[in-house]
Design a protein around this ligand. Structure first.
Ligand code: ASP
Length: 444
């Protein structure tokens, strides 16, 4: 029987009202059989996530301080939800176990994982679904790395014969029996792994936005949502800081060819964003814009090096990059001319070794001139359709020229999936708005 794996984030399960929405969504499609919940998140902007409350209790316990008061706030969150939903379960036994475990062995991962564990218990009771503990199915090695094959086997054997299940997100257990979590936001990863294991037709990731937007709404007014994006495009945009989904959530579904649909629990009729593989049949989608998304990131510096006849000097680039390598700095972009080379690096990484890097480059390649320019922002214009469209780069430059924005750097990868430009940090918002106008507003 085909099925869908549905993951609900913390804000989707922050209180009883959100639980009702979630249950309604699940019950409205009987393929939604496997459910992965996060811990209760924020109910309003100044609220505290249960996960953070648990970390705090663990810290207090670790320093031998009484955490009863803080723990009571956690109990109140769950008991409030249970009472409001009118379900007949008590978590008192669980609370006692957790409190005494924290006193005896205050382990951070164990503490944090209880947020999802308890929420899974509540949601399973409310839905009338089976509860499957993630500790029994998500397997880590002793170093804390996920063991995907073992995990898939365990998921399949535990779900065998079950029509439905709630499997808490965010954690699993090592082969030595210790509770281990993914990094923050890791319930996304659990959902992706479960989708892989049950060979889901789709992995629905329900959150509080209707998918990815073409540009940052803090910069562009009411930007359009992205209907379909490929994994590769998403990687480009995610790298630039557009985050909705945990980075590690992509691999398990991608390798199994399962699409991810980002959906909004508060607007369930919105289609959200579909994340698909590169060979997806795009003929089904409505004709979109040339570009898929625009993202920008501040905080870069360029190391500009000039030397006459640089192009004839064997190993010049290698020597320069070796200096960066030995100082632990990776580079982002490296456009070069006949006698010039310009390397873009993360300013924060460069800062502590700045003088050292300059003097080592001087010593290694004896340049005519070397300087560092700070305050650079990198802007990525991403889109799979650019490959078959002429004039994209010309339009980017026309937009910049009209806005009198100086382009300091240009880079287009061979994949033709993105165009990267570097501008001064002060110009970044305007550059994004102009590109949005050029490619989205004018293509409407
Ligand atoms: N509850 C965890 C966190 O706050 C994991 C998650 O929500 O995905 O990071």
């Amino acid at each position: 029987m085909s099925n869908k794996v549905v993951k609900f984030g913390g804000s989707s399960l922050a209180d009883a009202n959100q639980f009702r929405k979630v249950a309604h969504i699940i019950k409205s499609d009987d393929k939604r059989r496997y459910v992965v919940p996060s811990a209760p998140g924020k109910r309003c902007s100044n609220d505290v996530k249960v996960t953070d409350m648990l970390y705090k209790c663990c810290e207090l316990a670790g320093s031998g301080v009484d955490f009863t008061e803080d723990f009571k706030l956690i109990k109140d969150r769950y008991n409030g939800i249970i009472a409001d939903l009118g379900i007949d379960i008590s978590l008192d036994g669980e609370f006692d176990t957790i409190a005494s475990e924290l006193k005896a062995r205050p382990a951070r991962d164990y503490a944090a994982s209880r947020g999802e564990y308890l929420n899974g218990k509540v949601l399973a009771a409310y839905l009338g679904f089976n509860f499957v503990d993630a500790a029994d199915v998500i397997v880590f090695d002793t170093k804390g790395h996920l063991m995907l094959d073992e995990t898939v086997k365990a998921v399949r054997s535990h779900l065998k014969g079950l029509d439905n299940a709630v499997i808490p997100g965010f954690y699993g257990r090592t082969t030595e029996g210790i509770i281990k979590t993914f990094s923050r936001g890791g319930s996304d990863v659990t959902g992706s792994i479960i989708a892989n294991a049950v060979n889901a037709e789709i992995y629905e990731n329900w959150t509080d936005v209707s998918g990815f937007l073409v540009a940052d709404p803090r910069i562009v007014d009411d930007p359009e949502a992205i209907e379909t994006i490929t994994y590769r495009e998403l990687r480009e945009l995610a790298y630039m800081g557009a985050s909705v989904l945990h980075e590690d959530a992509i691999f398990p579904v991608r390798s199994a060819g399962i699409p991810i649909n980002i959906r909004n629990t508060n607007k369930p009729d919105d289609k959200g964003t579909m994340i698909v593989s590169n060979d997806y049949d795009f003929s089904r989608e409505s004709l979109g814009h040339t570009i898929t998304g625009i993202a920008g990131k501040k905080g870069f510096s360029t190391i500009n090096i000039e030397k006459a006849m640089m192009n004839n000097e064997l190993g010049f680039g290698m020597k320069v990059l070796n200096v960066l390598y030995s100082n632990g700095i990776s580079f982002e972009h490296m456009p070069s001319g006949i006698d010039t080379m310009s390397i873009t690096v993360d300013s924060a990484k460069l800062e502590p070794v700045r003088e050292k890097v300059i003097s080592e480059i001087r010593r290694e390649v004896n340049p005519d001139h070397i300087e560092i320019e700070d305050g650079i922002a990198i802007l990525a214009i991403v889109g799979r359709r650019m490959k078959n469209t002429r004039g994209t780069v010309a339009r980017v430059f026309a937009a910049m020229a009209h806005a009198r924005i100086n382009v300091k750097l240009i880079d287009q990868g061979s994949s033709e999936l993105n165009v990267i430009i570097g501008v001064s940090e002060n110009d970044l918002p305007e550059a994004i708005r102009r590109i949005y106008d050029m490619f989205i507003n004018s293509e409407k």
